[in-house]
Design a binder for this molecule. Structure first.
Ligand SMILES: CC(C)(COP(=O)(O)OP(=O)(O)OC[C@H]1O[C@@H](n2cnc3c(N)ncnc32)[C@H](O)[C@@H]1OP(=O)(O)O)[C@@H](O)C(=O)NCCC(=O)NCCS
Length: 172
């Protein structure tokens, strides 16, 4: 999408990110492990802590902006333990419905891969996606992710269950 800026979010963007993700949990409950009920009660400081303005953060979030409007976002969580510090997990990819199909999802994933690479120590990024989400599976496939297994009954939603496909790709 022309004129859309992808950038790292800072704690000042926490309220925008919170609003975006509460919309995501409400509109696409089958796509996320987090639920609206679980997340809407959390304080703004919890959201701000996902995007700390420090050199080697435990988590970061990137957003797609059209002017001041946040159209989409996705984040990375970095493993901290000595023997798993080479791994990162991609979380919370969401693009608002009117902005879909214009490459923002792909740009967000590519920006996160760039952020992971530039840390120097990250060798792979992993994520999970609902087996019932062909759009997201196709997007991650185009971004170089490959499946390494499916977790049966990973999420319980209402009276049913959703399997989660685990994907990974190397970076660097
Ligand atoms: C999955 C999701 C993030 C994809 O976001 P998106 O911005 O629509 O993704 P992209 O635009 O990068 O790619 C989607 C499609 O648009 C197409 N596209 C990309 N650039 C385009 C452009 N400039 N013009 C037209 N179409 C374009 C892509 O080819 C792709 O189509 P295809 O699947 O037929 O190949 C979005 O649908 C979403 O938020 N879904 C709900 C939440 C969700 O499922 N999140 C994932 C949780 S794991």
């Amino acid at each position: 999408m022309t004129g859309t800026l992808i950038r790292r979010l800072t704690p000042e963007d926490a309220a925008l990110h919170r609003a975006l993700m509460l919309e995501a949990y409400a509109d696409c409950p089958e796509a996320f492990t987090s639920s609206l009920a679980e997340r809407e009660g959390l304080p703004l400081s919890w959201w701000a802590a996902r995007m700390p303005d420090v050199p080697d953060p435990p988590e970061l979030v990137c957003g797609a902006f059209a002017g001041p409007a946040l159209l989409g976002a996705a984040g990375l969580s970095f493993e901290q333990r000595e023997r798993t510090r080479h791994k990162a997990t991609l979380f919370g990819l969401y693009v608002r419905a009117p902005a879909r199909g214009q490459g923002l999802g792909r740009r967000l994933v590519e920006r996160l891969l760039h952020e992971a690479r530039s840390l120097g120590r990250i060798e792979l990024v992993q994520l999970t996606v609902s087996a019932t989400n062909p759009d997201a599976l196709a997007l991650y496939g185009r971004c170089g992710f490959v499946p390494f297994g499916t977790e049966p009954m990973a999420v319980r939603l209402g009276d049913g269950y959703i399997d989660k496909v685990h994907l990974w790709r190397r970076v660097g």
